[in-house]
Design a protein around this ligand. Structure first.
Ligand code: UDP
Length: 406
């Protein structure tokens, strides 16, 4: 099939770890690669956000990235992109209407991509599949006044859910949220994200551990809701271990990062500064090297729409201690592939980490079960296949509707 991916702010080519570059970038890159490997023609449309970018990039993984001129050719925070979505959709419409490449289906990632995809899709007869990746209602609930999303986000997300041809929910928690928002269950299909089983595997190099302490790894963009403060506080209850935090700006820029500064200050207050290390951003290809160096992955977000890092750790055969939120409740089976604890509870988190560090046999059993689960349920090839079924369905309905209408 000819498949268009729209990912307005999250380019599959971006360097990850920064404030707006994380799971969605990985998801779009891996899904596009898996679809291309299965013989589909994939183009990813993302905003042109630097003057020196070429219009089109052919990726070694077999798909194309097309840079769409919408707004200034410079990085913008994703919360500032809404005013440029009209230009984005006009550009897509012109492209798809011309005699050039027209997709059979468009898969939008994040709500603003959905708006652009829906407008262009309506004008050109291309059906739209929507993955939200994150929901405004959830963000508002947890971040309150600190939520900088455009005011109309929640309304747009509801409207999108009722207008697109299919909504892909990534976990059961998201299904519940969408139903409560008023999106009909009949419009949804649950297809979780996948994990790259070549990049993330138990065998391979591992980052060095210098002082023989057990290693807790935690990974993500350095933003408050990822719960790194809870992890730092929990370290006070885990006296022997070290904690490595991967993510944020590149190591050289960590000194000036305000959130990194707060984490360091907190570590000093908790008396764990000598056991907490910030490693900065790590290229995606090197992430396996870090996971494999750890005894445990800790994922302690306040909320998590899906959460790729627990799954990546599992695929490396690393057990997870996670908070019982969002997608983590689907990927981590409590007491089988890891342990789940309440969010924002350093004492419970510390106790779960310590218990697992003290119990080698349990750790080994979790690791084996985690690896099995990642391989059996979350291979990208299988995820891509399930999505192709959805794409085929919506394209067929679209064709039938056009025949009846015509
Ligand atoms: N990641 C990375 N380098 C870093 C930090 C994170 O490649 O320094 C990747 C990580 O491996 C994962 C993604 O960024 O694939 C984060 O996804 P997740 O779903 O955990 O969080 P999100 O960023 O979507 O909130």
């Amino acid at each position: 099939m000819r498949i268009a991916m729209i990912s307005e702010h999250a380019s599959p080519l971006a360097v990850l770890g920064g404030e707006d570059a994380g799971g969605q970038n990985t998801h779009v890159a891996e899904l596009s690669a898996a679809l291309a490997a299965a013989g589909h023609e994939v183009r990813v449309y993302t905003r042109w956000d630097a003057v020196d970018l070429p219009g089109t990039v052919r990726c070694p993984d077999g798909y194309e990235v097309v840079h769409v001129p919408a707004g200034p050719a410079q990085p913008l925070a994703k919360d500032a992109l809404l005013p440029h979505m009209r230009e984005f959709s006009h550009w897509l419409t012109d492209r798809w209407r011309g005699d050039q490449w027209t997709p059979e289906v468009v898969h939008a990632h994040f709500w603003m991509s959905g708006l652009a995809a829906l407008a262009a899709g309506r004008k050109t007869g291309v059906p739209v599949v929507q993955t939200y990746h994150a929901l405004g209602v959830v963000k508002r609930r947890y971040q309150g006044v600190q939520d900088t999303s455009p005011a109309r986000r929640i309304g747009y997300e509801r409207q999108l859910g009722r207008s697109v041809d299919r909504v892909i929910a990534q976990c059961q928690d998201e299904v519940g949220e969408l139903v409560r928002m008023g999106v009909p269950r009949s419009r949804m299909t649950v297809v979780p994200s996948g994990v790259n089983l070549r990049t993330f595997a138990p065998l391979g190099s591992a980052a060095e551990r210098d002082d023989g302490r057990p290693r807790i790894l935690t990974v993500g963009r350095l933003v408050e809701r990822k719960g790194f403060q809870t992890v730092v506080r929990a370290m006070a209850h885990v006296p022997e271990a070290e904690c490595v935090v991967v993510g944020g700006p590149p190591a050289g820029l960590l000194e000036t990062d305000p959130y990194a500064g707060r984490l360091r200050a907190l570590a000093r207050t908790c008396g764990v500064a000598d056991r907490v290390r910030l490693a900065g951003a790590v290229p995606r290809e090197e992430m396996g090297h870090w996971y494999r160096s750890a005894d445990l992955l800790v994922a302690a977000p306040w909320y998590e729409p899906f959460g790729l890092t627990p799954l990546e750790a599992m695929a490396c055969g690393v057990p997870v201690v996670g908070t019982a939120v969002g997608g983590i409740r689907d990927t981590v089976v409590d007491g089988v592939t890891g342990d789940l604890v309440p969010a924002r509870d350093p004492r419970a988190l510390g106790a779960a980490i310590q218990r697992l560090l003290d119990d080698r046999i349990r750790r080994f059993a979790y690791a084996a079960a985690a690896l099995d689960r990642a391989r059996e349920r979350y291979a990208w090839a299988a995820t891509a296949e399930r999505l192709v079924e959805v794409y085929g369905d919506v394209a067929a309905v679209g064709r039938a509707t056009r025949v009846v209408a015509g």
